[in-house]
Design a protein around this ligand. Sequence first.
Ligand SMILES: [Fe+2]
Length: 183
Amino acid sequence: MQTMSSTMPMQTPQDLFIHELSDTLSAEQIIVEMLGQAQGMVQNPQLRQGLQKHQQESQEQAQRVQQVIQMTGQQPHPVTCHAAQGLMQSLMDVVQSGPSPEVLEGAVVAGAIKTEHLEIAGYTGLIEKAQAMGQSEAAQLLQQNLQQEQAMLQQLQGISQQLTQQMASMAMAQDGSSASATL
Ligand SMILES: [Fe+2]
C-alpha cells in the first residue's frame, strides 16, 4: 500500500489541501469501479440508470479534481482513499454471502448512500479550504461536483424508501404464509 508519510512531510494548509484532493481523486476512481460493478447487481431500471449516469458523472468529477490539483502547480499525492475502499469491501462482503436479489439491491443502495455522504463531506471541506485560500476557480469546480453528489443522494434516498417498503411487504407476506401453514 502506498503512503506519503515517510517521503513528503505535510507542513502547510496547502499540503493538506493537496493531500485531501488526492484522496478525493482516489475515491472517485474507486467509486467509478464500484458503480460499474453495482449496475450488474440490480434489477430496478431506475436504480440501474441512476448508477450508470453517476458513473459518467464520477469520471467528470475525477477530471475536475485533477484540474484543481493542476491549478495548484503540484502533482497529486499517490494515496488510496481507505474510506471508499472500505465501502467497496463492505458491498463485496454481501456479494460473497450469496444474497437474494432483493438483499443485493438493498446493499447496493445502502452502500451508494454511504458513499455519497462521504463524498459530500469531502467536497464541503475542500470548498471551505479553497474559499479560505482565495482559490475561487477551484471552489467553483468543486461546487459542481458537490451538486452532482447531492442530486445523486436525493435520488438514492427516494429509491431506498421504495425498496424498503417493498422488502417490508414481502417480509409481512412471508410471515403471513408461514403463520397460515402452521395452522
Ligand atoms: Fe463522486
